[in-house]
Design a protein around this ligand. Structure first.
Ligand code: FPP
Length: 235
């Protein structure tokens, strides 16, 4: 399987809230188990030879959720960052965060930057966390940066191309995802990587994210592999 695995998998980890509701647990319990699922899937993805995994951890729209839930997700992220910083010296994972950092707490941003710095030369899987991320917001920020560079004359109108726009996005140094997985049965992409997913294969499963297992990931990756094989034959 190794040779056909996607280089980059993007995941919309949906269904934490419904999973918790069904068990009469608070929504944050769903996010907590969801974060454990993520750690396991990242480890497995690395074993399979996947090079990049991008996950939607918090969207620009998620601020409108009850404060208790927002605080709970931020706390999970903070705990994850602290633990990843502690383990950075002996782990192979490279971590990166995309999204608007200026609306996050300075403490969280400090930890994000520390982890990114500590892991920047790691050779293992690159895990990209989309935090306070919205695809349109990313494009608007890229346009503003391009306009600034045009004004400063460090960018010329005739040099604006798809490749150039790509360089202004948060994902500048990351190849586009080959494959998008969304759990929980929702059939949409919800402002996640609209530019980068233009040619990606999509996969939807009814499994709620906290229940998503290594064998569910295998099913998804096999489907990707088969789609690629058919595509190869028709070329
Ligand atoms: C969508 O489920 C999930 C989120 C909005 C948050 C995802 C966050 C995590 C899995 C935790 C992140 C933590 C780390 C350490 C990266 P939902 O709440 O929209 O579920 P619902 O659609 O059933 O309500």
């Amino acid at each position: 399987m190794k040779k056909d695995v996607p280089t980059h998998v993007a995941i919309i980890m949906d269904g934490n809230g419904r999973w918790a509701n069904a068990k009469k647990m608070p929504r944050n319990a769903g996010h907590k188990v969801g974060s454990e699922t993520l750690q396991d899937i990242v480890e497995y993805a690395e074993e399979l030879g996947i090079s990049y995994i991008t996950v939607y951890a918090f969207s620009t729209e998620n601020w409108s959720r009850p404060k208790e839930e927002v605080d709970g997700i931020m706390k999970l992220l903070d705990n994850y960052l602290s633990s990843a910083i502690k383990k950075a010296s002996y782990k192979s994972i490279r971590a990166k965060v995309i999204g608007r950092k200026d609306e996050l707490s300075p403490k969280l941003v400090e930890k994000i930057e520390k982890l990114e710095h500590l892991t920047r030369d790691k050779k293992g899987i690159c895990v990209i966390f989309a935090i306070n991320y919205g695809g349109r917001d990313e494009i608007v920020r890229a346009i503003a940066k391009m306009a600034t560079d045009l004004e400063k004359d460090t960018l010329k109108i005739q040099d604006i191309s798809e490749d150039m726009v790509t360089k202004y996005l948060d994902t500048a140094d990351i190849p586009d995802p080959d494959f998008l997985i969304r759990t929980s049965g929702e059939l949409r992409t919800s402002n996640f990587l609209p530019w980068q997913l233009a040619y990606s294969e999509f996969y939807f499963t009814n499994k709620m994210w906290p229940d998503f297992s290594r064998s569910d990931f295998d099913l998804a990756i096999n489907e990707y592999t088969n789609r690629k094989r058919r595509f190869g034959k028709s070329e």
